[in-house]
Ligand binder design. Sequence first.
Ligand code: EPU
Length: 337
Amino acid sequence: MKIEYNKSLKEYNTFGIDVTADEFIKITSEDELLQVISKYNNKDIFILSGGSNMLLTKNIEKLVVHIAIKGIESKLQPDNTVLVSAQAGENWHDFVQYCIQNNYGGLENLSLIPGYVGSAPIQNIGAYGVELKDTFISCDAIGLKSGKKHTFSSKECEFGYRNSIFKNKAKNKYVITKVTFKLTAKNHILNQSYGAIENALAEKNISTPTIKDISEAVIQIRKSKLPDPSEIGNSGSFFKNPVISSNVFNKLQASYPEIPHYVIDDTSIKVPAGWLIEQCGFKGKRWGDAGVHKKQALVLVNYDNASGEEILDISKKIQQEVMNKFSIELETEVNII
Ligand code: EPU
């Protein structure tokens, strides 16, 4: 294991923010991780995997451990399902494509989400009607202080909308090393009800889609409105979609009859943050190299050399304007470091 000093993290976060790590180690096996944990026992360690859900606003004056443990295993079950385990350092989209090539169904709607497998459970990634928790069985994690391994069941992960125990009680306490999913090997249960997927399939005259067709539709939709982090730095949705009470929603709808929304239950309604932000006039705005994406106002972007602070300033302006105009508080989805 090589320790690098004053290492630039630009290549290690999808926003492409150029901050440095005092010390940086890339680990490629669980054994190496255990060695690092025992050697740096009393030191603060910062775990970095795909860097796809964070905004780095300052240099990391700590040891940064980049998780690059690779490997995928699958075990067919007698009931036509398959247990597929991927190590934390696998690229998420490559893993989804591996599943599709092997005809394992369940993750196709989550195609093209940036990041690594190990961070997917932290925010319970979700898109186009599917969330990670729908097929998640367990994840192995190692305690950062104890060096002890624990397997978290789905229940223990306390999954919610873009949320889990790893963003709350267990925050910064564990490194996830492996994630196991239960997928279908036959008789796939397709989720194509999301309007944009239906439209993309209809355009191609596909009436009985395969999991590959769904994946391709999702890829097409994502490419049409979300910026590719390898071209324009970003972390996907910067904010969560706020959930408001039906009373508040009804008043809002009286003024904005066209407001898009998803009913959650009798008393709560989710409204798209992207719509609220667009109504405040931010869509496509740019300040230097930092801005709001022109096709999806929920995504903040780094066109070239923006600093984390510049992106953070825009996010605060947005939160303030949305509060002023709609009295709704926007919560960040991205972790601000
Ligand atoms: N909208 C606008 N203006 C915008 C953006 C959206 O009016 O600039 C409106 C759209 O017209 C639509 C509604 O808002 O009526 C919803 O938009 P969209 O389908 O693009 O989804 P979203 O709610 O903005 C969520 C997830 C995305 C996920 C999509 C598809 C969150 C925070 N974001 O976005 O997740 O891909 O649904 O399922 O829940 C991510 O988490 O990084 C992410 C990209």
